[in-house]
Design a protein around this ligand. Structure first.
Ligand code: ADP
Length: 431
């Protein structure tokens, strides 16, 4: 369980790191793309406006010398990506160097809609055409005697240029993805390295808890034996001293339970807990637990009963199963007020499945607390639990036992109405 915490942190670290890297790369690619596009565009626009100026000048000259027009039938531009159209004020074409057949409808479409400022160049994308053609266009008025007589539209097919830019961006993105993968792998490695000292420190802590609780057992049993001895000593007659001895025994008993619970938990962390499985009759074990708890239940006038199978044999760890039953039944009796009911059910809903239920009519557990009751040292009401000899480790141990058996433990509860713990286990063929 605890190792998973470290693996989880490592995964999270790697994830966050990768996300930050990805965000950074996306911004980078965007900025590079934008600045490439901007510099390309401004360069092209400058050229186009210059060309437009030259063409306008040439056309003005031609209009003043119409005799030259015949020879100039076929105006060839220096680049076949360039084209121009001269329209008079009525919208009649005067002269042109046509754009390619595919492009021309789009160009006319632009000219018909466009109100260009002189000297402005704009890039338009053909949304309708299949090719997503792009042209850069500029318009230039032609003047004669201070009056506009025509407009020159000059354009350039920049589709290929934009496609090139797109390709460059794609390959940049590819590279970025590759870099991200490498960075994530390195990040994962480094996160693993960073976690090593933490794991070691945690391991030491765990070992300490296990050793400490183990070491405490001997002195505690010595104190217990001594208290027993005093308890049975006839020379102690003072009621006060008798009470002191009884109190000491009580506290030592609680402490012994706490220490052995701690040891269990510490060992489960160390993965030092092993199952000693054998054929166990779970129904009989439940009956035994009930017999053990009967005096406590009687004291509170609680009806403690068992239902379900008369006998259910499975391959389980007997001692741990009894511990589990005891924890659940003990809690049920503890947290059920007088005249309540506690029912233990041993069921076999389907072949190969065991269902163990411990239901009470007690105080119940609120929704928020339901998620926390399996945590170590969690108690809804600390004072009440301690008074009843609880230390908050019971359900943590119960969960550990169920996990060791590869089963699940769940709780259904309603505040003030009662609680039902449900344990499901596999029943492997015992033969
Ligand atoms: P504790 O030693 O305090 O009983 P557990 O781990 O066994 O510790 O239980 C944790 C807490 O869950 C308890 O303090 C109690 O508040 C709550 N709880 C456990 N079983 C029941 C139950 N049957 N009914 C109501 N509350 C319960």
């Amino acid at each position: 369980m605890s190792m998973n915490v470290f693996q989880e942190s490592r995964r999270k670290l790697t994830l966050y790191y990768s996300l930050i890297m990805a965000a950074f790369l996306i911004v980078l690619i965007f900025v590079v793309h934008q600045s490439m596009e901007w510099s390309m565009e401004s360069e092209q626009a400058r050229e186009l406006v210059e060309t437009a100026g030259r063409i306008a000048g040439g056309q003005e000259y031609l209009l003043q010398h119409p005799e030259l027009l015949d020879d100039a039938e076929d105006w060839r531009m220096e680049s076949d990506r360039l084209f121009f159209y001269v329209f008079d004020m009525e919208g009649e074409p005067i002269n042109f160097s046509r754009a390619s057949g595919q492009l021309e409808p789009f160009v006319f479409d632009i000219i018909s809609r466009w109100k260009a400022e002189p000297g402005e160049a704009a890039v338009m994308t053909d949304q309708k055409g299949r090719r997503h053609a792009r042209v850069m266009m500029t318009a230039q008025p032609m003047m004669a005697d201070g009056e506009q007589i025509a407009t020159v539209y000059v354009g350039k097919d920049v589709t290929a240029m934009y496609n090139g830019l797109e390709k460059a961006t794609y390959s940049l993105t590819g590279l970025a993805v590759l870099a991200l993968a490498v960075a994530a792998a390195i990040g994962h490695m480094l996160a693993g390295e960073a976690i090593v000292p933490l794991v070691e420190a945690y391991e030491k802590q765990r070992q300490f808890a296990a050793d400490a609780s183990h070491e405490l057992r001997t002195p505690l049993s010595v104190v217990m034996a001594s208290a027993d001895l005093l308890d049975n000593d006839p020379s102690i007659t003072s009621p006060f001293l008798k009470q002191v001895v009884a109190d000491v025994r009580d506290e030592v008993k609680k402490m012994t339970k706490l220490v052995s619970d701690l040891l269990f938990v510490a060992r489960s962390d160390n993965q030092a807990l092993k199952l000693k499985t054998s054929k166990v009759d779970l129904a009989a074990a439940a009956d035994q637990t009930i017999r053990l708890m009967q005096p406590l239940a009687d004291k509170k006038l609680i009806m403690l009963r068992r239902e379900g199978e008369g006998s259910l044999t499975a391959k389980l760890d007997e001692q741990k199963m009894k511990q589990l039953l005891l924890i659940l039944v003990d809690n049920a009796v503890k947290y059920t007020p007088e005249n309540g009911k506690v029912t233990v059910r041993v069921l076999s809903p389907t072949a190969g499945k065991i269902r163990l239920e411990v239901e009470d009519t007690g105080i119940g557990i609120s929704k928020e607390d339901k998620e926390k009751i399996f945590d170590r040292f969690f108690r809804v009401d600390k004072a009440r639990s301690r008074e009843m000899g609880g230390n908050g480790l019971g359900l943590a141990i119960a969960q550990e036992i169920v996990n060791l058996h590869g089963g699940t433990i769940n709780v259904e509860s309603e505040l003030g109405k009662g609680t039902k713990f449900i344990v499901t286990l596999k029943n492997e063929k015992t033969k």
